[in-house]
Design a protein around this ligand. Sequence first.
Ligand SMILES: C[S@@+](CC[C@H](N)C(=O)[O-])C[C@H]1O[C@@H](n2cnc3c(N)ncnc32)[C@H](O)[C@@H]1O
Length: 234
Amino acid sequence: MAESSVVVCKSCKKPYPITAAIFSFGEDKDTKTWDSYWKRVPIYDEILDFLRKMMNLQLKRYLKKYVHPSEKTLEPGGGSAYVSAMLQEEGQEAFALDYAALPLKIARDTLKSKATLVQGDMFNMPFVNNSFDLTFNNSTLEHFSNPGDALKEMVRVTKPGKFVFVGVPFTYGPLAMYKLKKSSFKGAWDGKTYDRTGLKKLFKDAGLEIVGSRTFFFRCFVGVVGKKTEERQE
Ligand SMILES: C[S@@+](CC[C@H](N)C(=O)[O-])C[C@H]1O[C@@H](n2cnc3c(N)ncnc32)[C@H](O)[C@@H]1O
């Protein structure tokens, strides 16, 4: 692919750049906060990377139950998207979307991710309805004041009969201690957590049928898997 190229929207003809293999649907929104979240702090980030890799390995093993080889996956708000990189290596067609450019560059340059990397807004994704077999993220929805809208957008792009997974910090696990702090180390998380009931309610409100739930990574996170009902078309 060319170093700097464009894709053009078929209906509105608006051009979007592709720079060094990252498709950019960033519009003009300000992503500075999230870019600064991804700026690396020595030692702290090395430790965080190690923990992230361990956690994402666990998550990938769990998610593989819900996706077959060569099926399409999407990780919106995936940051550097470790899970997508692993899924792509293992035969899925993986897409990862994030608002901030920096984590996508980390994915491309440091992780050598072969997933399709897209810069865009997960509340308004540049994908047509019913595109993916598994749409998932972890550690993302707790940052939003309107997580239900993000989840509904995830449902929109998922195929009927296929799966959506969301993981968030667990109320009865170690991350709940963050609530005692005023803001997170990097200032991007106010410590919002979920219990199973709360997360399941979000799924039901988005019209998903619950098919599984679990805590993972030493009970730091709770995740729910939902199925988009067969008859549901957007
Ligand atoms: C806490 S990070 C989690 C990243 C990844 N899931 C992980 O566990 O490493 C949250 C991510 O959501 C992204 N994000 C925030 N708002 C977004 C939006 N509207 N659209 C897409 N990504 C967004 C941020 O850029 C950030 O990379």
